[in-house]
Design a protein around this ligand. Structure first.
Ligand SMILES: Cc1cc2nc3c(=O)[nH]c(=O)nc-3n(C[C@H](O)[C@H](O)[C@H](O)COP(=O)(O)OP(=O)(O)OC[C@H]3O[C@@H](n4cnc5c(N)ncnc54)[C@H](O)[C@@H]3O)c2cc1C
Length: 292
């Protein structure tokens, strides 16, 4: 098995995909008796050997989806649910997560367990959206924690690196479904840095990329807008966000590494490709922060 980046590899004795909390409890009790250990895994996206083990790897890929929509924009989901599926099922119920990181392929449990975060000075990490955590501990007991019944253990479980047991369900605080407008600009790095505090305060989300050997940066501001904003077509979003921003760059990196003398020309090309554009996406369906 290996993680997304391919820098961590492991060979577990067993890979288990339980279908219920009771089955997880039985697996843990049996493992304890035979002296085996268990590491839970989500989408294998951590760059460090957090989920690697030569004993038992447990995946919750067979326990996916929204369990219930609760009052006050709360929702309960299976903890192993992939964020893309969670976003889609929340959207069907008129809800969205408050914030996400750059991508939406992680599992909810994996994202909260590692402090995964997006941008936005007013917004916390994904774990801060969690209000109740159910997990199966090292004795096979099913435990539910929230801020009222056990504040300190609950706070630890909000970012546990998989060390407290297998997280099975999560109750999260959501928002009513909303639209995000993404504004991409080409700006002078010196201007961005001089005004950084103000820009960060004035926008729900802000991030920028600077290009070495140039004075330019690409900035991205995202803010909530009403229903009437125009939507980017899925096709054009795919070309921009996936083909150009990911695949094309991915192709160029090994070339630049191999032929260092083209590096400067590539950077100039990259700066020239920066353009100012604006697009709107439903925060519900795919990524909370970017159109996709
Ligand atoms: C392309 C890419 C983009 C990324 N972008 C961002 C970003 O924008 N912001 C950011 O903060 N991070 C980002 N990350 C990091 C990523 O969000 C974290 O590594 C996250 O933990 C991955 O989730 P996962 O489901 O793959 O978890 P895994 O890597 O599979 O596991 C992570 C940890 O969670 C534990 N775990 C998983 N499931 C359970 C469970 N059911 N019960 C208990 N413990 C469990 C594991 O044991 C392990 O300790 C990115 C990573 C990649 C590869």
């Amino acid at each position: 098995m290996e993680n997304w980046a391919g820098n961590v590899k492991w060979t577990p004795q067993e890979v288990l995909l339980p279908k219920s909390e009771e089955e997880i409890s039985d697996i843990i009790k049996t493992a304890v008796k035979s002296g085996k250990t268990i590491r839970s895994v989500g989408s294998y996206h951590s760059f460090t050997p957090l989920a690697a083990t030569n004993s038992i790897t447990m995946s919750l890929d067979n326990m996916q989806g929204l369990i219930s929509k609760e009052a006050d924009n709360r929702a309960v989901a299976w903890a192993g649910t992939k964020l893309k599926r969670l976003g889609e099922e929340l959207a069907e119920n008129g809800l969205a997560q408050e914030n996400l990181g750059d991508i939406n392929v992680q599992s909810l449990a994996g994202a909260i367990s590692t402090g995964t975060h997006g941008t936005g000075i007013t917004l916390g990490s994904v774990g801060t959206q969690v209000e109740e955590i159910t997990f199966v501990n090292g004795l096979g007991e099913i435990i539910t924690l929230n801020a009222d019944n056990n504040y300190h253990e609950f706070k630890c479980a909000q970012l546990s690196l998989g060390s407290l047991g297998v997280i099975t369900r999560l109750k999260i605080r959501c928002k009513e479904a909303y639209n995000l407008q993404l504004d991409i600009r080409k700006e002078k790095l010196s201007d961005v840095l001089a005004n950084l505090d103000t820009i960060v305060k004035e926008n729900r989300h802000f991030e920028f990329y600077s290009i070495p050997n140039s004075q330019w940066s690409q900035t991205k501001r995202s803010n909530i807008v009403g229903e009437k904003a125009g939507h980017t077509s899925k096709f054009s979003a795919f070309i921009n966000d996936i083909v150009l921003e990911n695949w094309a760059l991915q192709l160029c990196v090994p070339l630049i590494k191999r032929f260092l003398r083209v590096q400067k020309r590539f950077q100039i090309l990259l700066v020239l490709s920066f353009q100012t554009k604006s697009k709107c996406s439903k925060a519900t369906k795919f990524l909370v922060r970017f159109a996709m």
